[in-house]
Design a protein around this ligand. Sequence first.
Ligand code: GLN
Length: 303
Amino acid sequence: MDLQSLLTDIARETAPVLGEGKVADYIPALASVDPRRFGLALATMDGQVLGTGDWQTPFSIQSISKVFTLALVLARDGEALWDRVGREPSGNPFNSLVQLEYEKGLPRNPFINAGALVVTDRLISLRGNASTELVSFLNAEAGAGAAHVDEAVAASEAEKGHRNAALAHFLASHNRLVNPVDTVLQAYFDQCSIAMTCEGLAQAALFLANHGLRADGTRLFSRSEAKRVNSVMLTCGTYDAAGDFAYRVGLPGKSGVGGGLLAILPERGVLCAWGPALDSHGNSVAGVEALDRFTTKTGWSVF
Ligand code: GLN
C-alpha cells in the first residue's frame, strides 16, 4: 500500500469538513488558531514517519497528555493507581463536576479532567516534577525538542482554570489528593500546555502500538499494561463520544481541545490528526473524519 498517497487522499477528502465545529475559546492561545488548519501523520512500527498538510506544525496537545501521564504512572506504580481512579466511560463531558459529587470524589476514568488530576498527583508523588518528567519522556520517544511546555498557554490555563480548580478542591475535600491542590493544578496546566506536532505525537505513542517497548528498545511496561492503556483509550479517550468514535474509527483514540487526535494501530503504528475545530464533545471534527476514512480504506482497526 502507498501510505503517502493514502494520507494525501484522506486529507483531500477531509477538506470539505474543515472549519466545521468550533475552536476552543476559553483561552486566547486556542481561540486564535485558524479552524481550517489540518495535519495528519502516521508513524509505523518499521520506522517510517509520513504526513500531510500541517503535520509538522506544533499545536497544544491538551488532553492527549493524559495518555502519557497515565502510562508513566502505570510504568512506575503498577495497578495501585486503580484504587484512586476508575476505568469506566463517564458518559459526561470531560470537565463535568456533577458525577464526581455523586461518586464521592472517585473519578470515573483517567481521561476526564478529574481522573487526570489524580493521575498527575500520583506522578508528582513518584517523580517530583510531573511535567518535566512528561516532557523528557516525550522527547526521548519523539526526538529532542519534539515537546515543550508553552509557558504562555500554561499561564492562560491557570488564569482561566476555574473548573479544574473546582474539581481539584473537590477531590481534596474527599482526601483524594496527596499533594497540595495548587501543586497538582500547576502540573496539570503545564501538561495540557505542551506543544507538539502530529509527527512528534505519532512517534511518541509508538510504545502503545509496540506492546510497551520504547524507541530505544527498552520496556516501559508490560504487554498487558499497554493493552490496558489502549483499552481505556478505546472506552474513555473521546469522553461522552467514545461510543461513536469506536463505531466510526474502531481504534483506541485520545483527543484534546487543541484539536489533536491520536489513535493507536496495534502492531502497525500510530496516527495523529490535527484539526482545531471541535464538535460539541470536544473532539476534532476533521480529525475524526480523517481517522474514519483511514480505517475504512485500510481495514486496519482493532475489530
Ligand atoms: N485544558 C483543558 C481542560 O483542562 C483540557 C481538556 C481537553 O483537552 N479535553 O479543560
